[in-house]
Ligand binder design. Structure first.
Ligand code: URA
Length: 283
């Protein structure tokens, strides 16, 4: 049977119009599900009609990816990372009495685990090495080609764990604050490494809430023409996902959860509160 997170996520996508009509082409009431068998590392892709998804009992277990399908298989992709370790740590982070120290450590651990998923299809190249027994061709990644783009300030909490896993990566920063009245993102800082055309950008922000900051950050980032862009968050609101993919259908989103909705202050509910405040102990 498909597991609950899949149904919840599919429901979240449908309930906001994704997968039904929102900017979709003809005959696009389809969901593309990338299902991976736990027992093998082979990735298989199923394309099912929406009504079938909700009642589907696939023998394959959902591993990590759900994609709302539009024009091509590569647009408006949402990777829902359902790994039990990620989900367990996220539950601990949501608890309101968790200490700052604990919250920070958990975010660090989750970011390492998410890095594993986000870098799953990173290109490798073969180099010749000597084992104690013989010479062989073995794959390596070129970490320097990756840029983690931190949306300040909460994105910083994601960075160290990602760098633990990809230590050679470069780091760019985008400074945005949310105008408390309009909730519009205002830029105050932007610094990227040179040669962005040769680099794959991974944008980090724990909360995809209204989507305003994420949309603005990626818009700005696109001016430097990176080779590719991915967006990683811990929690997403359906409203934020919708806005983000309306603006940037080409940028896949990786998230550990899609929560119910935004409240009137632009906070994700049930959510985990203000990620920056909880991370830095500023409230
Ligand atoms: N930013 C946060 O830190 N939390 C939310 O719920 C929304 C935006």
């Amino acid at each position: 049977m498909l597991r609950l997170p899949l149904l919840a996520s599919v429901y979240a996508l449908f309930s906001t119009g994704m997968g039904t009509g929102m900017g979709m082409g003809k005959g696009m009431g389809m969901i593309a599900m990338h299902l991976q068998s736990r027992s093998s590392s082979r990735l298989t892709t199923n394309v099912l009609a929406c009504k079938d998804v909700l009642s589907c009992s696939s023998p394959l277990m959902l591993w990590s990816t759900i994609a709302a399908h539009t024009d091509t298989m590569t647009t408006r992709t949402v990777h829902h990372i359902t790994h039990p370790l990620v989900q367990h740590k996220l539950t601990l982070m949501r608890q309101k009495d968790r200490s700052t120290n604990n919250f920070r450590r958990l975010l660090h651990e989750i970011s390492m685990l998410m890095a594993y998923e986000v870098t799953r299809d990173m290109p490798t190249q073969l180099i010749e090495i000597e084992t104690p027994l013989e010479t062989m061709q073995a794959p390596v990644i070129d970490g320097k080609k990756t840029v983690f783009v931190v949306i300040m300030r909460a994105g910083n909490g994601f960075l160290d764990g990602m760098l633990d896993v990809v230590p050679g990566a470069r780091v760019g920063h985008v400074g945005l604050y949310r105008d408390p009245k309009s909730l519009v993102a205002v830029e105050y800082y932007f610094k990227m490494p040179h040669d962005m055309q040769n680099r794959d950008a991974i944008v980090l922000d724990p909360m995809l809430a209204t989507g305003n900051s994420a949309v603005a950050a990626v818009e700005r980032l696109k001016e430097s023409s990176p080779k590719s862009i991915r967006f990683v968050c811990l929690l997403a609101a359906p409203e934020g996902l919708k806005k983000f993919h309306e603006a940037h259908p080409d940028v896949p989103v990786y998230t550990a959860a899609i929560d119910r909705q935004l409240n009137e202050h632009g906070y994700i509910v049930p959510g985990l509160g203000d990620a920056g405040d909880r991370l830095f102990g500023t409230k």
